[in-house]
Design a binder for this molecule. Sequence first.
Ligand code: SF4
Length: 85
Amino acid sequence: METALSRRNFFKFMLAVGAVSFGPVSLHAKVTKLAVKYQQKSTTGKKCKDCAHFLPKTNECKLVDGKINPEGWCTVYLNKNIKKG
Ligand code: SF4
């Protein structure tokens, strides 16, 4: 279930990146919070502070634009503690 959800979220993210890359913004632009349904305070039990994309020193995200709350969450969340197998 987690794998299927993560795969779906990955494709959502790739669609968002695709939309950005064909627009007037550079390929290195991040996606908007709206595009990934960012929540300032997570209601899912999953949190940005546990996400592989979170940058704790600056409270930023590698993928999502703007300041990020460690207690937040979005649809491209990736648990940093999941081991690849
Ligand atoms: S859940 Fe992860 S990808 Fe989403 S905003 Fe938080 S740190 Fe970024």
